[in-house]
Write a protein that binds this ligand. Structure first.
Ligand code: SAH
Length: 425
């Protein structure tokens, strides 16, 4: 979502102030940092970057420094106390106000902070994208109303708000006209999408997917992230719609009912397993991926064992996993914790090596199969080599000419090299 917001921020600055992006911070008029505060590490990176930018500003005092995103939202004025070189602080919901804030500073030389949550107002100010992407992000909802005990999102992005269905359709139509083949629907909980059609009928996630699937040129829909408690019957049933890619990313965080209850996830492991069972019945072989937090305060060996049992039972084909990180203002942050850092690191290692094996096994089974991929671009290492993504969201590298970028092509998977699939046209 930060990538999407940054892209839109660029469009807003270009449209309103004629700013163009530069690769060199030393010659920039404006330096913008779009930040993340989901874990402490991401937050700390903000202050080290600001330290580097301070030196640039010392040489070019007219350079403006703006900090946006969730760290800005969480820290507000505090950012300027810790880093006085910062001129502007804006939140994830006020990116569209940045041009005015810049103008104000330039004319009145006053510093400004705006981290309010003016609902979904920003989307009315975001210009249409002009760039052509084979695969494009579209935000459908923002914020979170779940208040899990470990998570900072409801406090930094605000509660769940869904964009109107017709606004989303308009944006997707425009992208389709530019040649986009795949849409990635974004939201903190996409399956909590809850809005209205133009004739004021209720529209949930399944309705939205169906509407998008009627748009000519759109071949695939991905989405991230879903929440288990929003896996309604209509969401599950929509998996019979072939336009939905063959991957479900469904964060579970822990395999222990005790930990889930402490986290206030509002579902049990049995309920989670039932969702996966239903989805797999509709889509055999679907890629199922997840997120895990290890070392939540007072997580016992037994709790962790339950996580490993769940991993082995579901056989996730990939996952993001993290050591629990204390976030300011969240209920869990004040909990006493008797688990040492070393134990947490060991658990993370055990979990990640198992996921790595499962991921390898899943990819290995794809060797010698034919897959349809959407070619997204040239690979980072070698520009004669292209990469694309399969229907089940796995990257494939292959040799081919650049005119294939943006096309859906058939490829035979030939082997697996350092965790990445290789294929042949
Ligand atoms: N809203 C969805 C998806 C969240 S994605 C859900 O709650 O399921 C963000 C991921 O970051 C989470 O799934 C979680 O695994 C991780 N995360 C969030 N807060 C964290 C924290 N305090 N410490 C470690 N990981 C965290």
């Amino acid at each position: 979502m930060n990538e999407y917001d940054s892209e839109k921020l660029g469009d807003i600055l270009k449209n309103n102030l004629d700013f163009i992006p530069s690769d060199d911070p030393k010659i920039a008029d404006l330096l913008v940092l779009n930040t993340c505060s989901i874990r402490e590490k991401a937050q700390e990176k903000v202050f080290s970057e600001l330290g580097r930018w301070k030196k640039i500003k010392e040489k070019n005092p007219d350079t403006l420094i703006a900090v946006g995103g969730c760290v800005a939202s969480q820290e507000g004025e505090q950012i300027k106390l810790r880093s006085p070189q910062v001129d502007i602080v804006f939140g994830p919901q006020t990116i569209h106000r940045l041009p005015k804030m810049i103008k104000d500073i330039r004319s009145q030389k006053k510093t400004s902070v705006d981290i309010s949550f003016p609902e979904i107002e920003k989307f009315d100010y975001i210009p249409n994208s002009k760039k052509k992407f084979p695969s494009a992000y579209v935000t459908i909802m923002e914020g979170c109303s779940k208040y899990c005990t470990f998570c900072v999102v409801p406090y930094t992005r605000g509660e769940e708000v869904s964009r109107r269905l017709d606004d989303i359709i308009y944006e997707v139509n425009h992208l389709a006209e530019l040649g986009t083949k795949e849409i990635i629907l974004l939201g903190q909980n996409v399956n909590a999408y809850n809005s209205y059609t133009t004739n004021n009928q209720k529209a949930d996630f399944a309705t939205l997917v169906r509407h998008i699937s009627y748009i000519e040129g759109i071949k695939r829909i991905r989405h991230t992230t879903s929440h288990p408690i929003d896996c309604s019957e209509s969401f599950i049933k929509e998996h019979t719609n072939p336009i939905l890619a063959d991957n479900l990313h469904l964060p579970v965080q822990s395999g222990s009912d005790v930990i889930l209850a402490k986290m206030k996830r509002k579902h049990s492991i049995l309920e989670y397993k039932n969702i996966i069972k239903k989805i797999r019945a509709l889509r055999p072989g679907i890629s199922i991926t997840s997120d895990f937090i290890v070392g939540y305060p007072n997580e016992t060996d037994y709790d962790f064992e339950q996580t490993m049992n769940l991993v082995n039972e579901i056989e996730f084909d990939d996952a993001y996993s993290f050591i629990y990180s204390k976030r300011p203002g969240t209920p869990a942050s004040s909990e006493y914790d008797n688990i040492s850092d070393q134990i947490k690191k060991n658990r993370l290692h055990v979990l990640q090596s198992r996921i790595k094996d499962l991921s390898y096994n899943y990819l290995e089974k794809m060797i010698n199969t034919n897959q349809q991929i959407l070619v997204e671009g040239s690979s980072a290492r070698n520009n004669r080599e292209l990469f694309g993504r399969t229907y089940n969201n796995k990257i494939v590298n292959f040799d081919g000419s650049a005119d294939l970028i943006g096309k859906m092509i058939d490829i035979k998977i030939t082997d697996l090299r350092s965790k990445t699939l290789r294929g042949k046209l």
